[in-house]
Design a protein around this ligand. Structure first.
Ligand SMILES: [Zn+2]
Length: 405
């Protein structure tokens, strides 16, 4: 307490109440950015949210209003729960550690990076890799990841899951000096992200990035011991990516561009892991040919097999992904949908100007209804990994064709 305040207290009958306020545990402020529709819904459930700034913009041809909002840190789980309940989304907002960061996130980005020249000319490399990929391997990864009590960003089992994945990826990379596997620690919370890098040959300075999120959550009542299997959200994405990596490495393939994959921490609480990583990339001036996000790949709830998300993604790269699907997975059908502001980690890369895409398991509203509950189990994705295998193959084709052979 400052001396002037102390003097005031002596003279004032407010002294007791002021002292009580000063002694009370300090609430921790946090900032989020959130789309208008979600904001309206969340306000009804989470009181005391105050918008400090707004931006009216246009995303993929549709108007969208985004708000910067100051909240209490303790409200984050409730906000995530409210967005999920009303919007059916996995993410839905971006967390910021300062007001300045939140306001910067509102600013219109004008520095989108150029996309590379796309081509499909690695058929003799890609086809054997795809043929070697198996749904049973994806099943094993989903079962292992969803076997942890939860993978919450601040829980002990969320850290254990990261360490398990680190070991699994190390096993896949064993014997290859050009591959490194590491944890990416985040200062503000316990769960690390996990990353694997295959060094490129002659174009090593440029990267191809593929990601999925490691963490899981329960709507509204999350704790260290709460059961949040997150089998579809997003063990399926991590498992799809892992099977793509396994087959790619087993084939002896050496990429020209560096391939780096991430299992991001803390997606469910505002895309925190991926935001930190994408910001580091930008800060380091890292060149990136493209980014792919896999978040929920194993529940087939709609007519088409793969839905490309058109908002907060790169339309040229989306076209390339559709061409990859047509070339390598010709029996599959591709649909398109939007998923709204901050709906998964692709938004973190888009915010930094990197070309990013997200192929999704279904159209919005027909995706897995069990996510963010204790019922998000492998059984409730139909007890199969055939759907996720499509995304694993798409990711493998993407990595090889964009990295070059
Ligand atoms: Zn998710």
């Amino acid at each position: 307490m400052r001396p002037r305040l102390l003097t005031l207290c002596v003279l004032s009958i407010l002294c007791l109440s002021l002292a009580a306020t000063a002694a009370a545990p300090k609430k921790r402020r946090a900032w989020i950015t959130i789309g208008d529709t979600a904001f309206q819904k969340v306000q009804a459930l989470v009181p005391r949210m105050v918008a400090i700034g707004s931006r009216q913009t246009s995303v993929a041809g549709m108007p969208e209003k985004v708000h910067a909002v100051v909240v209490d840190e303790s409200q984050i789980v409730a906000i995530a729960g409210a967005i999920h309940q009303h919007m059916g989304q996995c993410g839905g907002f971006m967390y910021h550690t300062s007001e300045a960061e939140a306001r910067a996130a509102l600013a219109v980005r004008r520095d989108a990076m150029p996309v590379p020249v796309y081509g499909i000319d690695q058929r003799e490399v890609v086809e054997p890799i795809l043929a070697n990929m198996q749904d049973k391997n994806i099943e094993a990864s989903i079962l292992a990841l969803s076997g942890f009590t939860n993978r919450y960003y601040s829980s002990p089992s969320g850290v254990e899951a990261a360490n398990w994945l680190l070991s699994a990826w190390r096993e896949i990379a064993a014997g290859r000096e050009d591959i490194s596997v590491a944890l990416v620690t985040h200062m503000a919370y316990a769960q690390p992200s996990v990353t694997l890098t295959i060094a490129g040959t002659d174009l090593a300075a440029e990267k191809v990035v593929v990601g999925a999120h490691l963490d899981s959550i329960l709507s509204f009542r999350m704790s260290d011991t709460a059961r949040a299997p997150g089998a579809d959200d997003d063990a399926s994405g991590v498992a799809s990516m892992t099977e793509a990596l396994r087959a790619l490495i087993a084939s002896g393939y050496r990429p020209r561009r560096t391939i780096q994959v991430f299992a991001y921490a803390a997606e469910e609480v505002g895309l925190r892991g991926s935001q930190e990583i994408a910001r580091q990339f930008k800060g380091a001036g890292q060149r990136v040919a493209g980014v792919l996000q896999l978040d929920m790949t194993n529940y087939k709830g709609a007519a088409s097999d793969i839905y490309l998300i058109t908002d907060y993604t790169n339309s040229e790269q989306n076209t390339f992904i559709a061409q990859l699907a047509a070339a390598y997975l010709p029996t599959l059908t591709v649909g398109y949908d939007r998923c709204g502001y901050g709906c998964s980690d692709h938004a973190s890369w888009d915010a930094q100007g990197y070309p990013v895409s997200m192929p999704f398991e279904a159209s919005m509203g027909r995706d897995n209804p069990a996510i963010h509950t204790s019922r998000d189990t492998y059984e409730n994705s139909g007890g199969q990994a055939v759907h996720a295998l499509k995304f694993a193959r798409l990711a493998a084709a993407y990595m090889v064709e964009l990295s070059g052979g």
